[in-house]
Design a protein around this ligand. Structure first.
Ligand code: FAD
Length: 349
């Protein structure tokens, strides 16, 4: 299919969710995905990564994630689910295809990959953030002689056994990686602010309900009263609870600078480390949209809902709250995936 009505760039959970709703519109569409296999960023997450919601709260539209017993789903549960989801709905995906650029044409868009091109009338960008890890800069950082690794590339704790490891970042990635590595290595945890732990009986379900309450309040123009906690707060999954019991979940504020051997703290004392793991998040992957001149200085695109405010026919899905509350989660992307498919159907007339 080189001239589908709609092209979706990216083949992760957000793309599949839009595709599920597009199927209902009978529009022709094609997903172009850079990965070798299905699953999007989940293909690259570390071995022990666990979701912060149970399977029933980690589902895309149409087909709930199969139950996995009492435990939270793992990375492989998610990649298996997304693979089977794609097959179940016979979603048209071409992979591996790296979309290198997109241009506006008189009739819609031209989408390019090495040696190939497609045209379409409507374009959806669902490229996520995983391929754009964010690492803050500190004085002296280039001089640090130890290993520096972003959580995007962390696999497991084995290679850190017996080492001194600095874990930087106060979200779920930081907490889960610290919990794992601290069983084999000496660890120090650095967070900008004191970490926000959710109560043991609160997990992604409650977070999603609170995020939904915020969204409803926004829609109704009233001040939200969702209670404490947001999607960035740390869910006490079993491994993180175990780390708490071991007294590991104590964090300190950031270092003043790096040296070849480690860091110097604001009080002038120094600590040596063999490795630093940056659990400092990600930014949207939008390089393929450069030709449309829509990416702002803050690395986002101005949107009305998910529709580009500047380029008619361009939608962005799954990038987090700026493209819809909780849209960077399996269950949260459904709302904006549905509205995007409906808007595209209306746009194509
Ligand atoms: P991705 O999964 O990143 O998929 C984007 C796809 O686009 C990828 O296949 C990529 O290769 C492709 N792509 C990018 N650029 C191009 C290009 N130029 N051309 C072609 N293809 C391209 N979410 C939950 O719902 N529940 C959780 O419990 C949860 N826990 C998490 C824990 C951690 C530690 C982290 C880091 C994330 C967690 N998430 C969770 C969030 C979730 O993993 C991501 O938000 C999700 O993967 C985003 O899906 P996506 O489809 O938007 O992007």
């Amino acid at each position: 299919m080189t001239h589908p009505e709609v092209i979706i760039v990216g083949g992760g959970q957000a793309a599949l969710s839009v595709a599920y709703f597009l199927r209902r519109t009978k529009r022709s569409f094609l997903i172009l995905d850079a990965e070798e296999t299905a699953g999007g960023a989940w293909c690259h997450a570390w071995e022990s990564l666990q979701l912060f919601s149970p399977a029933s709260w980690s589902s895309l539209a149409g087909w709930p994630m199969p139950p996995v017993g009492e435990r939270y789903p793992t990375r492989s549960d998610v990649t298996d689910y997304l693979t089977r989801y794609e097959a179940r709905y016979e979603l048209p995906v071409q992979r591996p295809v790296w979309v290198s650029g997109t241009e506006k044409t008189a009739t819609g868009f031209r989408v390019r990959s090495s040696g190939k091109a497609w045209s379409c009338k409507a374009l959806v960008s669902a490229t996520g953030t995983w391929r754009n890890p964010y690492t803050p800069t500190f004085p002296g950082q280039p001089d640090f002689a130890g290993l520096q690794l972003h959580s995007a590339n962390y696999v497991d704790a084995a290679s850190f056994a017996g080492k001194r490891v600095l874990v930087v970042g106060g979200g779920n990635s930081g907490a889960q990686i610290l919990a794992e590595i601290s069983q084999l290595a000496d660890t120090v945890w650095v967070t900008q602010q004191p970490p926000q732990f959710l109560p043991d009986d609160v997990d992604g379900r409650v977070l999603f309900e609170r995020a939904t309450e915020r969204w409803k309040a926004q829609q109704e123009g009233r001040v939200p009263d969702p209670g404490p906690g947001g999607l960035g707060d740390i869910v006490m999954i079993p491994s993180v609870k175990n780390a708490r019991a071991r007294g590991v979940l104590l964090s300190r504020r950031p270092m003043a600078r790096f040296t070849a051997k480690g860091v110097v703290w604001p009080d002038g004392t120094a600590s040596s480390f063999d490795a630093v793991i940056w659990c400092t998040g990600f930014s949207p992957v939008l390089g393929h949209l450069a030709g449309l001149d829509v990416v702002g200085t803050e690395g986002r695109v101005a949107v009305n809902g998910t529709h580009s405010a500047k380029v008619p026919g361009l939608w962005l899905v799954g990038y987090g709250d700026w493209t819809g509350m909780a849209s960077a989660t399996l269950i949260g992307v459904m709302r904006t995936a549905r509205s995007t498919a409906q808007e595209i159907d209306a746009f194509l007339g």
